[in-house]
Design a binder for this molecule. Structure first.
Ligand SMILES: [Zn+2]
Length: 306
């Protein structure tokens, strides 16, 4: 009898250990920008543990390669990046210092989402001449396709493939939640395409080409004359005047660009300013996209009234 009690106790200890191991066996994913972490959350659910390096209020072209990032990268099973040289200034040294063979370039855990975007011919802006004078931040095309639900929908199979290779046990779960995410993004795109078509929107940085392309939005000018080149007073005046003369319906900008310039343009141009919402740490990616699209749709309504 005593022997049996001991056996049961032993069995319980083993079960606790097994549960603890199972619980800790989440796929650890580090993303460079939040949008990729939110995509992986939507597909991986409870089987993934995500973290992102550039916060929504940081310019992803210029992130401090902080030493505090190293432990996360060191333990990561997967690294998701935008590629197209967005992270070229800070990510390579972090990868090197992390000394984690799972996320080295060319491994299963190194997930450069732009490979899909390029393969499917989605990346925009490639026909522009690339010189230092014209801004050298986007030499391979627009790396900010993560603002576009259509582009992000395209990378779903790639994320599923890599997650399933790293964690085959939950492959079916990843496949099912991915198809749900795909359906939600498709519905979102179909809902807003007719509402946004024909809108004219000014950006601050050349970030929204893919988004604008998906929804048939025209982009007559941006506040930055070329990616990474700050606007001259003359260019600021030109953009403001265009807005004031209704050559565009609104201004869309990320929060990390100079507030003073953005507000000046919006004020002189008498234009509605839409700031890209930062989102929560754990954000439903579809809802986040919709929070931008909703604000853009209001521009269309305002246009119709005037
Ligand atoms: Zn850029």
């Amino acid at each position: 009898m005593i022997f049996n009690v001991k056996r049961i106790q032993m069995l319980m200890v083993l079960m606790v250990v097994w549960f603890a191991q199972t619980a800790s066996a989440k796929v650890k994913v580090v993303a460079t920008v939040p949008q990729f972490a939110w995509m992986v959350d939507a597909i991986g659910g409870e089987y993934v543990e995500t973290r992102y390096l550039a916060t929504p209020t940081q310019d992803p072209h210029y992130v401090d390669a902080r030493p505090s990032f190293i432990p996360y990268l060191n333990k990561a099973d997967m690294l998701v990046l935008a590629g197209l040289q967005l992270e070229a200034g800070w990510l390579p040294s972090l990868i090197q210092n992390a000394r984690n063979t799972k996320i080295n370039v060319g491994t299963v855990g190194y997930v450069d989402a732009s490979t899909v975007i390029q393969m499917k011919g989605i990346a925009m802006g490639l026909n522009q001449p690339v010189t230092r004078a014209l801004g050298d931040l986007h030499p391979g095309g627009n790396p900010h396709y993560y603002f576009d639900p259509y582009s992000m929908r395209a990378i779903i199979p790639f994320l599923v493939e890599r997650l399933s290779t790293i964690d085959p046990e939950h492959a079916l779960y990843y496949k099912e939640s991915a198809s749900e995410l795909d359906a939600r993004l498709t519905m979102l795109i179909e809902k807003y395409q007719p509402q946004l078509k024909g809108l004219k929107v000014v950006g601050y940085h050349l970030s929204f080409q893919n988004l604008f392309n998906t929804f048939g939005i025209e982009n007559p000018i941006n506040v930055e004359p070329f990616p990474g080149i700050p606007p001259s007073p003359k260019h600021i005046a030109k953009v403001s005047l265009l807005l004031k003369n209704k050559g565009a319906d609104g201004l869309l900008a990320e929060v990390y660009y100079p507030k003073k310039i953005i507000q000046t343009v919006a004020q002189i141009g008498q234009a509605t300013l839409i700031l890209v919402p930062p989102g929560q740490k754990k954000q439903d990616i579809v809802n986040w996209f919709e929070s931008i699209l909703k604000q853009l749709a209001k521009l269309k309504i305002a246009k119709g009234v005037s």
